[in-house]
Design a protein around this ligand. Structure first.
Ligand code: SF4
Length: 402
């Protein structure tokens, strides 16, 4: 038995349990160092999650993470980069940097510009084609990170930035230290620097005390922000959080009604944004297991550079493998995906595709998804993470909507 603060002790505890044939118990009050020596779990041979920090220094009133995980502990940049280089050497093309608040990365070792520098350092890694991150916090989002995103070619034109509410009153009650205008200003700056960026978000409806007017403010921000998609949640109290004890809990039927209206608005905008891409060229990293209907439709699926899900018709003959890169043209759009049903312009066979094929040969597709590798960080779930199943760090699990 161990706690969340000493997950790094797991290998030693297992060894001890094996040697003594007795259950081992070790509970730590706080994290003493980032557990960089745990085996990493890959999402796939072509894509991996890399934790850059655990814990959080914020105190959002709906969130249990600070209580469960403690204060933010940053992993040293050298350890992060070494793990990424090792992954790339094994064929990985894409990494997603994970932290509860990636924008405060570096505060622990005295470098407030560390996250932007880390993105730029990722740009120096040969063979690393796609870099993503989750999640940024609007409070700490600074211009140097936007510049690093725009100027580092392998940082993808995509941003997932939690909004939570479009009402300043509710944001204050949530103890989210930004306001609707400052949030929209970050989006404006990101789009000025990266016009093709797809921006997605998290939104909670029915936070205690939320009025119809507050909810209208949220819908207003959603319309102004033109999100490419959103993870939407009905608020439900989490025991141990300040919000669970707040007055003004919103009746479930009111929450349900607002939720439906929010989803409809998000989907309407996402559809319009996706339809605007019909006729454009997309570069798709072919994925394994992204298209539930692929077998029936004879399509394959993957993610565009901006992280949009693309279902495409493969060329006749040998199909591309997960990990290969297909360039094709968008022919139709839906709120949650793009279709590309013409003949692809090109198929690039990659080292990642070779790695996928080798793993499949060695033990089946499942083995590929569960491959373990030494000398890496634990996979931590942040606010987001649409793909794979990173270990959650305390945020509610979610179903993507919109
Ligand atoms: S919601 Fe995110 S930023 Fe807020 S306390 Fe939780 S982990 Fe930290």
């Amino acid at each position: 038995m161990f706690g969340t603060h000493n997950i790094g002790s797991l290998p030693a505890l297992l060894d001890r349990a094996r040697a003594t044939r007795r259950a081992q118990v070790e509970i730590a009050e706080s994290l003493e160092r980032f557990p960089s020596v745990l085996p990493a779990r890959r999402e796939s041979p072509y894509s991996a999650w890399v934790a850059i920090s655990v814990g959080c220094n914020n105190t959002c009133t709906f969130c249990i993470v600070p209580r469960l995980r403690g204060r933010e502990e940053d992993r040293r940049p050298g350890d992060v980069l070494a793990e990424i280089r090792a992954l790339v050497a094994d064929g990985v093309l894409e990494v997603t940097l994970l932290g509860q608040n990636v924008n405060s990365y570096g505060a622990g070792f005295g470098d407030r510009l560390a996250f932007g520098k880390l993105l730029r350092a990722c740009g120096e890694i040969d063979g690393l084609e796609r870099v993503r991150f989750t999640s940024p916090h609007p409070r700490d989002f600074t211009g140097d990170v936007i510049a690093a995103m725009a100027q580092t070619p392998n940082v993808m034109p995509q941003l997932h930035m939690p909004l939570q509410s479009g009402s300043d009153r509710v944001l204050r009650a949530m103890r989210r230290a930004y306001r609707r205008d400052s949030y929209l200003e970050i989006l404006r700056a990101v789009r000025a620097a990266i016009p093709e960026a797809a921006i997605t978000t998290d939104i909670i409806v029915g936070f205690p005390g939320e009025t119809e007017r507050d909810f209208a403010d949220t819908l207003d921000v959603v319309r102004r922000a033109r999100f490419a998609g959103a993870f939407t949640f009905r608020y439900s109290p989490r025991p141990g959080t300040p919000a669970a004890r707040m007055d003004g809990q919103v009746p479930p039927e009111v929450v349900a009604d607002r939720y439906e209206r929010l989803v409809a608005t998000v989907e309407e905008i996402a559809l319009a944004e996706n339809q605007a891409l019909v006729g454009s060229v997309v570069e798709v990293l072919v994925a394994d297991g992204e298209g539930r209907k692929d077998e029936m439709t004879r399509r394959m699926s993957g993610r565009a550079r901006d992280n949009r899900l693309v279902h495409f018709t493969p060329p006749p003959g040998a199909p591309p493998r997960p990990g290969d890169v297909v360039t094709t043209v968008v022919t139709a759009a839906a709120p949650h995906h793009l279709l590309a049903d013409g003949a692809p312009m090109s198929v690039r066979r990659t080292r990642a595709g070779d790695a996928w094929e080798a793993l499949r040969g060695a033990g089946g597709r499942r083995a590929a998804a569960l491959a373990m590798d030494g000398d890496g960080g634990p996979q931590g779930g942040g606010h987001g993470g649409r793909r794979g199943r990173p270990v959650p760090l305390g945020m509610p699990s979610r179903a993507p909507r919109g």
